[in-house]
Design a protein around this ligand. Structure first.
Ligand code: ATP
Length: 568
């Protein structure tokens, strides 16, 4: 069993235990080859793609598994450039490779049960389809995965499926309704996209056949890019619903027929349904990404309207999240047909590659002291800091920006282009510390984030799991520090339980604490704890510091200019 599978299942990677079977290789010194694979690219997509491929290359080179099960990979071996083959030739070759790899399909239900246990897959429901072990299994006649999808997986550097992919893909391929709960960063997006793209086969120009709903615009955009990646080579028409795309479809109803896949946030979609801008009567696949968020009060009414607009009786529905509370499960069952439930690892748990810490900071002022101490000791960027409100995000930004930290802030009051720009800059490593509200807590895939700081204690356990899940993705290590004050202490035990459940050490005294009552948790969910403003300096002091910093920078610049002049 390989590393990513283990990590995707929520297991811990113990170097000592695997000492004899695994060897971690150094990354190759050569630059990775970057290939363009998207048909339509946003302006900054090239950079994003480049950094993604670098990430994958890094992941592959540092985690190549050698020993008993796989061939040794020599990173220094020069790559031999192959002649370009036709698509048909490549497909034939792929089929041959797949035939060679077919030896381990399951032979009995005991074997299936054993495999699920080993991969930490739990299933609930009737006639649950078997999981598959390797992507190559999907090319057998039983699944008959379209060869171009397999090729795209290879080009994305996806060598082995994660547990959620192993079990979800066959279920969606069978057309069954599904509720999937798997850790953050374990590949849930591909788990639903792959079978949908396979089933849609190719562009049809008959109107939307798949609909993916996500709680934020940023997540919807990320899903859009993932679809492009997995469907590269087929000219699917994919629509990311915005004011502009809705308006063009409103003006030209024929245009609606050209699309195959729709991605949207609930509010935008409901608006389009009510204004007759789109039709959803042909939708065969409906996915709720971050399903528990979408089925919470606030989104629920909109989701009701979306369910009602999807009138196709053969619709297949999937719900995905890293957290699905039982209340949401009960609610979801009312809109699903004989659903199957999957849980990977422990239910509603944090990813086990994240080192979690709870830090008592005494009071609100203590938080700033703590963060400045962390900066002094040396933070390893990129770092993501969560606060509980837009005002607090702005306040903290104004504190840290005068400390000379490369910091920015993101929240829903910033314009769309500012938000897009910040996310790109953060992904590219040009912003080191990013302060955010709950906006960035769910779904966003920043593989490189080293540290998440919960500056304000999260209002729910779910929020905690998703926030810290922005680090430790795709099998990487990550760290999360949660500050708490006297006011937060009564809620601590819920987080302590998550930490313990994901194998983190917790001080003995915390284990003896009482769990907050249901009523207390309800109160906190409704409204955050009131906190003192984040402000240690008067605006006069801040201006003074900023002025001093500008003077130092100007004098440094002048000195360099003079030296350059002298040399010339
Ligand atoms: N089989 C695979 N092998 C290697 N990397 C993968 C595989 N599947 C997905 N990934 C990568 O893992 C990362 C996390 O995937 P994804 O964003 O789908 O996680 P998620 O489970 O949806 O997380 P969250 O709960 O936070 O939304 C992505 O960068 C994705 O490209």
């Amino acid at each position: 069993m390989d590393l990513f599978r283990l990590l995707g299942g929520g297991a811990k990677f113990d170097k000592k235990r695997f000492k004899d079977d695994f060897q971690l290789l150094d990354p190759s010194s050569t630059e990775p080859e970057v290939e363009e694979s998207f048909a339509e690219q946003p302006d900054n997509e090239e950079e994003r793609q480049k950094s993604l491929l670098n990430e994958i290359d890094f992941f592959k080179n540092t985690h190549t598994i050698v020993g008993n099960t796989k061939k040794v990979k020599d990173p220094k071996k020069p790559k031999v450039k192959k002649e370009k083959k036709s698509e048909a030739e490549e497909d034939d070759q792929q089929d041959e490779e797949d035939d060679e790899e077919q030896e381990d399909l399951f032979t009995s239900q005991e074997e299936v049960a054993q495999f699920r246990k080993q991969s930490r897959i739990r299933v609930y429901g009737d006639d649950v389809p078997n999981p598959f072990r390797k992507f190559a299994d999907l090319s057998t006649p039983y699944y008959n995965l379209r060869p171009y999808i397999r090729r795209n997986l290879k080009e994305s550097g996806f060598e082995d499926p994660t547990p959620i992919q192993m079990q979800s893909i066959p279920i969606i391929m069978k057309g069954r309704d599904l509720m999937s709960c798997a850790p953050t960063g374990s590949g849930k997006t591909l788990a639903y996209l792959l079978p949908i793209i396979h089933d849609l086969n190719g562009p049809e120009k008959s109107g939307y056949r798949a609909l993916i709903v996500a709680p934020t615009r940023e997540l919807a955009q990320q899903i859009f890019r993932e679809i492009k990646r997995i469907s590269a080579g087929k000219k699917f028409k994919i629509c990311m619903l915005t004011k502009a795309t809705a308006a063009t479809q409103a003006q030209d109803p024929k245009l609606r027929q050209k699309y195959d896949i729709l991605i949207s946030t609930p509010l935008r979609l409901v608006h389009a349904i009510q204004s007759d801008e789109i039709e959803l009567n042909r939708v065969q696949h409906l996915v709720l990404d971050e399903a528990d968020k979408l089925l919470e009060l606030g989104f629920l009414e909109q989701m009701d309207e979306i369910f009602a607009a999807c009138t196709n009786t053969n619709i297949q529905k999937s719900l995905f999240s890293a957290t699905i509370p039982s209340g949401v499960e009960t609610l979801a069952k009312t809109v699903m047909k004989d659903p199957i439930r999957i849980v990977i690892g422990a239910k509603n748990a944090a990813t086990e590659t994240i080192k979690q810490e709870l830090l008592f900071v005494g009071s609100e002022d203590g938080k700033l002291v703590a963060i400045r101490q962390m900066v002094q000791k040396g933070l390893k960027p990129p770092v993501l800091i969560f606060v509980q409100s837009i005002d607090r995000a702005k306040e903290l930004f104004h504190e840290l920006v005068y400390d000379g930290i490369n910091v920015d802030v993101i929240h829903s009051e910033r314009t769309k282009s500012q938000r897009d720009n910040i996310i790109d800059q953060f992904r590219a490593g040009r912003i080191w510390v990013l302060i955010s509200t709950e906006l960035m807590a769910r779904g966003l895939d920043f593989k490189g984030v080293n540290l998440v700081i919960n500056y304000d204690f999260p209002q729910t356990v779910q929020s905690y799991i998703h926030r810290i899940g922005r680090t430790g993705r795709a099998g990487r290590a990550g760290e999360a520090v949660t500050y708490f004050t006297k006011e937060d202490a009564p809620y601590l035990k819920s987080i302590v339980n998550v930490m313990r459940g994901s194998g983190c050490e917790v001080p003995e005294w915390m284990l003896t604490m009482r769990k907050p009552s249901q009523n207390m948790r309800k109160q906190l969910r409704k409204a955050p704890i009131e906190r003192k403003q984040i402000n240690t300096m008067s605006s006069y002091d801040k201006r003074k510091i900023a002025h001093k910093r500008d003077m130092i920078e100007t004098s440094k610049r002048r000195k360099t200019e003079k030296e350059t002049e002298k040399k010339a």
